[in-house]
Design a protein. Structure first.
Length: 380
């Protein structure tokens, strides 16, 4: 690239990074607010909270990049065009393609990065986020052990601990309502969460177990140590149901025909696969619309507000139609063709409109320049 092209490339790149970074932070903040229950209800650490929020960033950045590329392209081109830098480049002999090529190169780089995120980064991040959330929500110790508070689990188990010192609980009360006909209450001087035979167990020390027998007589048993099995109260999330956004491309195209849920959602999975492949093309579409918005007409010192407004409406319309096609394809597989037709036809049409006009202007302007040079030579 020439110095002018490098200058334009880095101007647009800087704007894209700023816009994507700012919008991504806002989106992550909004997403993070919906995850505050991990700390409030499941008592997870702040590191777990921020880790889960950050795992959602690849998908958000991929969604924002095409729109950011359009805004950055329009803003950068409009600024340098109003400063007559584009006019100087044209006067120096640069063609319309040479002027637009830095933005198109950046658009292709963004499209490749977008495709990489869609195919590999997003599924990995979404799976990691889902597994982390499942583990956090299934952490019975974090959900139950709240010193000084009565907590319940599915209305079958009520738990209370007076205080917690290190890994030991003091003043423990457990009310087990698994058998409603014969509920059991347990008091213990202390307790510790351990694992016995691979099962989570609350090991109670100096415990009293109280239960009504068949004659409604109170039965009290004393134990020096009493292992209370918690496995049946754990939330079973070992078999995570992966959503379409969590699957890799081959899993979307080739569904498991023996799996009822995948077979039921086969159309939605196919729509997601086509969306993963076609959405990167929007980067090129948005870059072309930005180029035409500023460079698609004659130079004007009054600015290009009208052209930019029309181009902005066109960009929003393309995004809306594309999102509508993606949504409709989940119910009608025939709409998957529209996901390909719209960006490809838009790219072809905008490319022809911009570059064919440049060739036409070149054929008209060159004779005028030659005529001017000839007149100047005669005058001399």
């Amino acid at each position: 690239m020439t110095k002018v092209q490098s200058y334009l490339f880095y101007e647009v790149l800087r704007a894209v990074v700023i816009i994507v970074g700012g919008l991504a932070l806002l989106a992550l903040l909004a997403q993070g607010l919906s995850r505050t229950d991990l700390i409030l209800e499941n008592r997870q650490s702040a590191l777990t909270y921020f880790y889960i929020v950050m795992l959602g960033s690849p998908q958000i950045i991929a969604l924002l990049t095409p729109l950011a590329l359009f805004v950055a392209g329009v803003w950068s081109l409009n600024r340098i065009h109003k400063d007559s830098e584009i006019v100087v480049a044209q006067a120096a002999g640069m063609t319309r393609w040479q002027i637009a090529s830095p933005i198109m190169r950046l658009a292709v780089i963004c499209a490749i990065a977008h495709l990489g995120v869609n195919l590999w980064v997003q599924p990995l991040a979404q799976r990691a986020m889902r597994e982390t959330v499942a583990v956090a929500r299934a952490d019975l110790a974090a959900a139950l052990i709240r010193p000084g508070q009565f907590t319940t689990n599915d209305e079958r188990l009520t738990f209370y601990a007076r205080e917690q010192i290190g890994g030991e609980l003091r003043g423990v009360l457990i009310s087990d309502m698994t058998d409603e006909a014969n509920p059991t209450d347990i008091l213990a001087r202390s307790a510790a969460l351990v694992e016995i035979d691979g099962k989570p167990t609350l090991l109670l020390r100096d415990a009293l177990s109280m239960q009504l027998d068949e004659n409604k007589q109170l039965s009290i048993l004393e134990f020096a140590q009493y292992p209370f099995d918690l496995s049946e109260y754990m939330k079973e999330d070992s078999d995570l149901a992966l959503k379409a956004s969590d699957k890799f491309l081959h899993e979307l195209f080739f569904v498991d025909r023996t799996n009822y849920f995948e077979l039921r959602d086969a159309d939605a999975l196919l729509a997601e696969a086509n969306t993963r492949l076609t959405s990167p093309l929007l980067n090129i579409v948005m870059a072309l619309i930005a180029i035409i918005a500023v460079l698609g007409g004659d130079f004007s010192r009054k600015g290009y507000g009208k052209r930019i407004a029309i181009s902005s409406a066109a960009a929003i319309t393309v995004l809306i139609i594309q999102l509508t096609a993606q949504s409709a394809a989940a119910d009608d597989p025939a709409m998957n063709a529209l996901q390909w037709i719209l960006p490809l036809c838009t790219i072809a049409g905008l490319s022809y409109a911009y570059f064919s006009r440049g060739r036409h202007l070149g054929r008209i302007e060159r004779p005028n320049i030659d005529l001017f040079r000839g007149t100047g030579g005669a005058s001399a």
